[in-house]
Ligand binder design. Structure first.
Ligand code: SF4
Ligand code: SF4
Length: 131
């Protein structure tokens, strides 16, 4: 079950992953002989029931609405904080950041490989991860 959750958190989950996770959790709950085994799958079963939309966002949109799954974060530049210093654009290994000097810069999500360098080098906290 942990491996299946890891797949979902890393953006490798599919509809089948959700089905297998659900079936495995139910099987463990039903087949376990001790109380620990019967209750261990509860967090999975209850979150899949209560927060189904979050699971589906991870699997179908490769998005983490809570902004907790690092592999799914898409960095964005807050134009109100960006000073247009160009440092992030110079350091981006794939040229995903465009912008003129002293103008807010923009990240192309199609090109970005989510390395996090732009966030590390920006001295103005203008790069934010968006789930
Ligand atoms: S490093 Fe920060 S302030 Fe400079 S261009 Fe990039 S986002 Fe803007
Ligand atoms: S996360 Fe990495 S690849 Fe994406 S825009 Fe920032 S520096 Fe470029």
């Amino acid at each position: 079950m942990l491996a299946l959750l890891d797949d979902i958190m890393e953006g490798n989950g599919t509809e089948q992953t959700l089905e297998i996770l659900d079936r495995t959790a139910r099987a463990v709950q039903k087949a376990s002989l001790c109380g620990l085994g019967k209750t261990a799958p509860n967090p999975i079963l209850s979150t899949m029931r209560q927060f189904r939309a979050e699971y589906e966002a991870h699997v179908f949109q490769k998005r983490c609405p809570a902004g907790e799954c690092k592999a799914l974060l898409v960095p964005e530049i807050d134009p109100s904080k960006c000073r247009g210093c160009t440092l992030c654009a110079k350091k981006c290994p794939v040229g995903a950041i465009k912008g003129e000097v002293k103008q807010p810069h923009v990240i192309d999500p199609e090109v970005c490989i989510k390395c996090g360098v732009c966030s590390q080098v920006c001295k103005f906290g203008a790069v934010v991860g968006v789930g």
